[in-house]
Design a protein around this ligand. Structure first.
Ligand code: FEO
Length: 402
């Protein structure tokens, strides 16, 4: 058992981490993942072993080696699939074929989604919301978490170890040799957890709040949260408090300035606007799209109070990078934002009107009419920009004053 190149890590009395570390992942369906990720699968060792989730298809051998460092994989009698997305189910059909478990469990919608993705021949049993199963002498209670973040998603609670298998919830994309939150650099973890929330769970924030309330109302003791990505929480479940804050989206006195530029004129405007915002006490996050990804922008937008977007006019419209970010942001539904547009133009100048349409579509309240300047801004133009920023900062300060 102990001659395996990849080995399991003990999480609690009955639970082992048997996942995989994806050090090379840099893009997770359009979300930039500069620190890679992990696909956490778990082995529950009661009277017989149960596998909780699997990993992305290419990492099956790594997971199976970790399993084999604890038990003979053929002894696994049950597999639970909490979520059908391929980073957790990609090797599920191959694992079922290899070990032949007696039972595979998923939510009813999980069964459907697994069938539609893999067109596999296997029977999967449905577990219902609130159902408690005794697997190998240990009790698992399942809670459906529909649309957190897929319709099939569910989590489960292992009573004997007071441990929640939280699936994507409370996760983050962070490849590391460390398995636990209490071993991981706090700033890195806070940043990556925030990025994950902003890019995956944000649109479902009302459901996050309901789920947190539901879990509280169950009155269960939780010692460990074991997500399917990133560190496992076993000491101080700080991430629960982070989720309560992020899900409420209470705006802070912070403005995010997202812009692109052709000949540095819109960039100059952005810099002067930032000066104005900052002069009136607003924190500023500058997001030049030549150096920031859409996922970075969303991370900064989480709990921000204002979104200012700047684009030059190109071919009678906005810069493609702005179109990308605004389309992405609209889908993730940031709330409680005030917004404004700005940009340099040469002759027709349609970009600002298009930016304003995008901001309104996103639900932002317009803070000021767009600021358009022709070609290269002179000193008077830059002073206009500074005032534009300072006025928006004043409005934001009034909204966020407690
Ligand atoms: Fe980590 Fe929704 O998959």
């Amino acid at each position: 058992m102990n001659d395996r190149p990849f080995r399991a890590v003990r999480v609690s009395e009955h639970v082992w981490w048997v996942g995989a570390v994806d050090w090379a992942l840099r893009d997770f369906h359009g979300y930039s993942t500069q620190r890679g990720s992990t696909y956490n699968a778990y082995l529950v060792t009661g009277d017989y072993p149960v596998l909780i989730d699997t990993v992305k298809a290419g990492f099956k051998d790594e997971m199976m080696a970790r399993v084999a460092s604890v038990v003979d994989p053929k002894k696994i009698k049950a597999i639970v699939s909490h979520h059908a997305e391929m980073d957790h189910s990609g090797c599920l059909p191959a694992v079922i074929a290899e070990i032949g478990p007696e039972k595979v469990y998923a939510s009813a919608l999980g069964i459907k989604n697994l069938a539609d993705q893999f067109h596999h021949p296997y029977q999967i049993a449905a577990v219902k919301d609130g159902e408690k199963l005794n697997l190998g002498g240990l009790d698992l209670t399942f809670l459906e978490t529909r649309m957190l973040h897929w319709p099939d998603s569910m989590i489960s609670y292992l009573h004997q170890d007071e441990l929640v298998f939280s699936q994507d919830g409370f996760g983050m994309h962070l490849a590391s040799e460390k398995r636990f939150a209490d071993e991981t650099e706090p700033d890195v973890m806070l940043f990556e957890a925030k990025k994950y929330y902003a890019n995956i769970l944000l649109p479902y924030s009302p459901l996050v709040l309901k789920l947190l309330e539901r879990i509280k109302s169950l009155g269960i003791s939780i010692k460990t949260i074991a997500p399917d990505h990133g560190p496992i929480w076993r000491k101080g479940l700080d991430i629960v408090g982070w989720y309560e804050k992020w899900a409420r989206q209470v705006p802070e006195n912070r403005a995010v300035v997202v812009f692109d530029t052709m000949w540095q004129s819109t960039a100059s405007m952005a810099r002067a606007i930032a000066e104005g915002l900052s002069s009136a006490g607003t924190q500023v996050r500058m997001m030049p799209l030549h150096g920031s990804t859409r996922a970075d922008v969303m991370t900064e937008l989480l709990c921000a109070g204002a979104l200012l977007v700047g684009s030059p006019t190109i071919n009678n419209g906005i810069f493609p990078t702005l179109a990308d970010v605004l389309t992405y942001a609209k889908g993730l539904k940031p709330r409680n934002l005030i917004g404004a547009a700005f940009g340099s133009y040469g002759w027709s100048g349609e970009a600002c009107a298009e930016l304003e349409r995008c901001l309104k579509d996103m639900g932002a309240e317009m803070a000021a009419p767009a600021l358009r300047l022709k070609f290269v801004p002179d000193e008077a133009g830059l002073n206009q920009c500074r005032k534009f920023g300072a006025d928006i900062a004043g409005m934001l300060a009034a909204r966020t004053r407690v």
